[in-house]
Design a protein around this ligand. Structure first.
Ligand code: UGA
Length: 450
């Protein structure tokens, strides 16, 4: 249609995914209204700030949030579903789907309430687009619910468009996605989504059009594959430990085969965060409900290999300090689940630090960005303002999150403050030669002799 007004977009749920998506949509030229049920979060976003650390996101917000000097003014926020319903042509659902307490399944209550709250305000044609990671079959169920509750009836249509952004690269992954996957039931839904993603599609991002269940499955299977790749190399690390091999060399060597590839083949204390662990569990739970649990029993193994890494790190530490942790002083570098993030959800680093502490060690943690979040969930650990302070007086120093800052540490200077020059690399990113040159006893997980 010529001279048609540009689409107006709303984003429901302004956490990691939603805040980034809202800012990215404004960057792509759309008028955007973001909604969150938390007025505190909205107030923060209106100031151009985010509750999390994500490189480039605050700048992107400030470039578009109405009221900021030189901003495009295309991005606004609200807590009112009524306003959202009136404003938008396309509504993105970006609320979270955490693991249910005490179960593997994921908690759909935020998605369900978002759909219910929005639907009753949809009085004209609108496309509701789910981005949250959900169990396969949810979109089918939600589409029915939407049409039932919306005054616009069938004119309120659902589509599913999973999100693949990585924390730490959220802005880049959203503006330049490596693929756009849409589960749609009509040509008009596909056309609308092509319009939304016109810029990345013009840049060459592949656009994959499919049905609801496949779109939902693309997300969970991608995360399962990534988790499996990490657990594969960590299983090889266990074998290397037993056979005096070197898992870093092994990964390098097999990674040259481009069918295998080097990426996501870093061995260490394993994967964590708000996505991979809960997604593989929810996937197993859903497969069970569908009568396909056998297909995913391997994910149980992927999960246990991963959880064993944390225990191995604790054991390696115990061995390093002579068999008992009681009363030993341990410096820990890293608390977040990965670098360039302040996220400590299911963080292997913090989990290891916590286990050591609970077994009687005095643990002092330093992380460049994750200190506040770590302190909030693990207040009984000690926290130091720098790597040097965490290392002061330590009998052993643990490297548990691979921040660049830690690779650049000076082992000579650090050697002056520790009680014993002993370092354990749980992420395989420190250079053993550099540390040994300064008379450190260096040991890395999966490389007993390296
Ligand atoms: C992950 C996926 O990578 C994204 O594609 C997906 O969109 C996102 O989950 C999601 O479901 O929303 P993220 O949780 O940000 O993204 O983190 P990853 O970069 O995947 O890292 C996960 C964990 O694996 C981290 O703890 C990291 O340290 C660990 N990891 C990663 C390894 O142990 N080895 C590797 O080689 C790579």
């Amino acid at each position: 249609m010529a001279n048609k007004a540009p689409l107006r977009i709303t984003v429901i749920g302004t956490g990691y995914l939603g805040a980034t998506h809202a800012a990215a949509m404004a960057e792509l030229g759309f008028e955007v209204l973001g909604l969150d049920i938390s007025p505190e979060k909205i107030a923060l976003l209106e100031r151009g700030e985010t509750p999390m650390y994500e490189p480039g996101l605050d700048e992107l917000l400030r470039r578009h949030v109405a009221g900021h000097p030189d901003s495009s003014g295309r991005l606004r926020f609200t807590t009112s579903y009524e306003e959202v319903g009136e404003f938008g042509d396309v509504h993105f659902i970006c609320v979270n789907t955490p693991q249910k307490h005490g179960e593997y399944a994921c908690d759909m209550s935020y998605v369900d309430s978002a759909i219910d709250a929005l639907a009753v305000h949809l009085k004209r044609r609108a496309l509701v687009v789910g981005k949250s990671t959900v169990p396969v079959g949810s979109a089918q169920r939600l589409a029915v619910r939407l049409a039932e509750l919306a005054p616009a009836g069938q004119e309120a249509e659902l589509a599913w468009n999973p999100e693949f952004l990585r924390e730490g690269f959220a802005v880049k992954d959203t503006l330049h996605p490596d693929r756009v996957v849409v589960g749609v039931r009509s040509e008009s839904a596909e056309k609308t989504l092509r319009e939304v993603y016109a810029t990345p599609l013009a840049e060459g991002s592949p656009f994959i059009v499919t049905d609801f269940p496949t779109a939902e499955l693309v997300k969970t299977s991608a995360n399962s594959f990534l988790a499996t790749k990490i657990s594969f190399i960590n299983a090889m690390a266990e074998v290397c430990e037993a056979a005096d091999g070197d898992v870093v060399k092994l990964a390098e060597a097999i990674g040259h085969d481009d069918r295998i590839g080097k990426k996501f083949l870093r061995s260490g204390i394993g994967f964590g965060g708000g996505c991979l662990p809960k997604d593989i569990r929810a996937f197993m739970a859903r497969a069970g409900e569908l009568g396909a649990s056998e297909a995913l029993t391997f994910l149980r193994e992927v999960d246990s290999i991963n959880m064993r890494r944390r225990a191995h790190m604790v054991e390696l530490t115990r061995e390093a300090v002579g068999g008992t942790l009681l009363g030993t002083r341990i410096g820990v570098l890293g608390a977040t689940f990965k670098p360039d993030s302040d996220d400590v959800r299911d963080s292997p680093a913090l989990n290891v630090a916590g286990q050591l502490h609970l077994q009687g060690a005095q643990v002092t943690v330093y992380d460049p960005k994750g200190m506040d979040n770590a302190r909030a969930i693990f207040p009984t650990l000690r926290y130091a303002p720098s790597a040097h302070e965490a290392a002061r007086g330590a009998d052993v120093l643990l490297h548990l999150t691979e921040w660049r800052e830690f690779q650049e540490l000076d082992p000579a200077a650090l050697g002056e403050v520790v009680a014993v020059r002993r370092v354990l690399d749980g992420r395989n990113t420190l250079d053993p030669a550099m540390w040994r040159k300064e008379n450190w006893h260096f040991r890395a997980l999966g490389r007993p002799t390296a």
